[in-house]
Design a binder for this molecule. Sequence first.
Ligand code: GLA
Length: 417
Amino acid sequence: MPNAMILKRTSAFAIALVLALAVLAACGPEKTAKEPAAPAAAAAAPAELLAPVPPMGFNTWNKFGCNVDEKLIRETADAMVETGMLDAGYKYLVIDDCWQVDRDPSGRIIADPQRFPGGMKALADYVHSKGLKFGLYSDIGPKTCAGRPGAAGHFEIDAATYAEWGIDYIKVDWCNCDDLNAPEEYARFRDALRKAGRPIVLSLCEWGRNDPWKWAKGVGQLWRTTSDIGDEWQSVVWIVGANSRLADAAGPGGWNDPDMLEVGNGGMTFDEYKTHFSLWAVMAAPLMAGNDLRGMSEETKSILLNKEVIAIDQDPLGVQGRVVIERGYGGQVWMKPLADGSKAVAFVNYSGRELAQYVRWSQIGLPPGPARIRDLWAHADMVTHTDTGKRYDERFEVKVPSHGVVLVRIWPDGLAK
Ligand code: GLA
């Protein structure tokens, strides 16, 4: 048979050559032909896998503003490992505004050579060597909020540069963008990231101006829902009120972002910071520490490193908790259902004096009967409590300090471990 003869005579080298040519021939035109269809290909990519649970990490802005440099980032990376932050789940180290100064003649973004003399690639390598992931900040418009070069007109080259540097997370702001269409612009930025070929978390930061909870899932993995947080109690109260109304939008792959943490920055009391952290966890918010991690007090560590509270935030069911009881005199009860069938319940006190707060099992979706209750700040089991639903005095009651929280996890009897 002629075919058999040809095959016999064909050397392994020739087969390899033919195969290589065939692959080249297939890839070349296919790549070109597929270019216009990029959005369809992009839509099929599994973006949700980038954030099955709310992202956790550190961001420079709340504490350091524009005062960022590579020494701070290296020291923070070291601190994230040494303090146990990484072990607790904080893995993204993100430089916010002011790392960038200009563009070169080809349009490529330039990191501040005074503050980052080693360049971003080397810094990314260092951060990665610690087992962390690395993030940067940009803006959809021509300038960032601090007046640095934004991404406008440069989405693709920026995305390619970030991929080349090894960036894992990009926060994209909305300053100087007022006449632009947010859903379209952010989708274009997402497509540029996908074209660059590296999985990069996209953190949308348009402060809830364009109702991102209605369209941002599938565009980015988290979207700010409010204007900037401040290191004060009233700011937390205001943000919680706004973010609490958006629970329907959150879930694995896409999260409401009520802004970064202020825990440890000094403007609130210990109780207020515990309430801030508890509510972010119950709201399944991204947990981006915003304090100086290089010299944390024991109090600050006891909040940021509370693994039982972090587990509420990171629970794989991915439900944003809701207010189940609103008491007119400043008390609120929140419930977040968890994957193992237990419930996280937060009793919050916005008033200026201690409040007794209570809940019935029927109000938090628990069956009548006994339940095991664990106090997640005291790290201790409370008594097993029984609410048969038949008697008023069976309600479960706690005392909550002013501006404070009692955060418990409740397992109905059958599930108790
Ligand atoms: C905006 C954002 C902040 C921060 C600053 C940086 O205000 O909302 O989180 O990124 O810009 O300039």
